[in-house]
Design a protein around this ligand. Structure first.
Ligand code: SF4
Ligand code: SF4
Length: 390
């Protein structure tokens, strides 16, 4: 078991229970207090050794419970340990092993095109949309700044590299236009270990993370000033979980793309976007800050992006959209995942800082959903065309 602090500090206030999105919808789910600290106390008793709950795997590992705890109990991490000790039905073991290795899927993305009748047999969801391998067309744009002032790493997480080519290319194109040299690191198909850990396989998660940390160390050297992340879960795993629980380091400063854009995109860029917004007002952006991002960085970053570009921004007040990494792809969680992401929205687009959340919300709303980098780059191209015409 991991070396936690405050695991025995629970004062029974139930703040964690009040924020749990699964508890709010599933009356069978015992909730974070029972599955985390109460189970942990039981597990210390050699007579009971903590009887496990058949519902523990329904936790999405959103960490909202942990964030709400006033005394710092690592609630979600205790639940992850609880998951580890709960025996999984045999029919799900292979599936879970595969989903705990998203970097394998990223190396062979065609695997997601398996016929639906087979996915059912494997215990995979049948209604949740699956990602398709994709690469965008070659991008072209005018540079705003020609002098390269900084070398920036981009963490090529497994999902973005395999399934969100347009997002990755938008980031590289924007960095180039803003005057930064970029390098995708640490190379194809890397994983931060979050998927394995969230599913209750801490040891496997640690091994995957260690291998990625070593690849990053070799890729980094002293060559990049910082590394951008494009997925909130990878971001908080690299910055917070790695040093705290696995004594690992990303070998350089890690910054979400959104915050980098707010700090380092040149003023001319924002002026272009503002001009387009005032000349041609467009559809609103519905913003979903993912649960892991909210816990790690707080809300408001994507809203600031929208405000700076003078877009109409409408925050979606979802606790967790239900995607939760591979959660929505599992047959037994599919209905709950869909319920959590159920939304009726008017015309617009969805902006969110996770590829799997974007996929899930696109399926649930019927609106195009993507990362802020994708929307920024799209608007930038339109703005360049617009100023050439007028
Ligand atoms: S991690 Fe999220 S889903 Fe799991 S118990 Fe905590 S609040 Fe509920
Ligand atoms: S919020 Fe913290 S102290 Fe309160 S019940 Fe949950 S784990 Fe216990």
């Amino acid at each position: 078991m991991r070396d936690f602090d405050f695991e025995d500090a629970c004062v029974n206030c139930s703040a964690c229970v009040s924020v749990c999105p699964v508890y709010a919808r599933d009356f069978r789910f015992p909730g974070p207090k029972v599955l985390g600290p109460e189970w942990w106390r039981d597990s210390q008793d050699s007579r009971t050794e903590g009887q496990t709950s058949e519902f523990v795997d329904d936790c999405t590992f959103c960490q909202l419970c942990e964030d709400a705890c006033p005394v710092g109990v690592p609630v979600a991490h205790l639940i992850a340990e609880h998951k580890r000790r709960q025996a999984k039905p045999a029919r799900y073991r292979w599936r879970d092993y595969l989903l705990a290795h998203p970097h394998w899927i990223a190396r062979f993305p065609q695997i997601t095109r398996v016929p639906r009748k087979w996915t059912k047999v494997l215990g995979l969801s049948t209604r949740t949309p699956w990602p398709s391998p994709n690469r965008p067309a070659k991008v072209t744009h005018d540079l705003l700044v020609r002098e390269k002032s900084m070398r920036v790493g981009v963490y090529g997480d497994c999902y973005t590299e395999a399934f969100d080519g347009p997002v990755l290319d938008a980031v590289i194109a924007l960095l180039e236009a803003w005057g930064y040299e970029s390098i995708v690191m640490p190379g194809a198909g890397s994983c931060c270990g979050a998927a394995a850990y969230a599913a209750g396989n801490a040891e496997l998660g640690r091994r995957i993370a260690s291998a990625t940390a070593e690849r990053l160390r070799r890729a980094n050297g002293d060559t990049v000033d910082l590394m951008l992340t494009l997925n909130a879960t990878c971001d908080s795993t690299l910055r917070e979980e790695w040093p705290r629980f696995w004594h690992l380091s990303a070998s350089c400063e890690v910054v979400p793309f959104t915050e980098f854009a707010l700090e380092y995109a040149p003023l001319e860029f924002w002026h272009l976007l503002q001009r387009l917004s005032s000349d041609k007002p467009d559809l609103p952006y519905y913003v979903h800050t993912t649960c892991r991002s909210r816990v790690s960085r707080g809300t408001g970053w994507m809203e600031q992006i929208g405000q700076r570009a003078r877009w109409t921004v409408k925050p979606l007040m979802l606790a967790c959209c239900g995607a939760a990494g591979s959660y929505a792809f599992k047959a037994e969680h599919e209905e709950l995942a869909r319920e959590m992401g159920q939304l009726a929205l008017d015309e617009g687009r969805v902006m969110t800082d996770s590829g799997t959340c974007a996929l899930h919300l696109q399926g649930m709303t019927g609106l195009k959903a993507s990362h802020p980098a994708y929307w920024l780059y799209k608007a930038y191209r339109e703005a360049q065309e617009h100023v050439k015409v007028v």
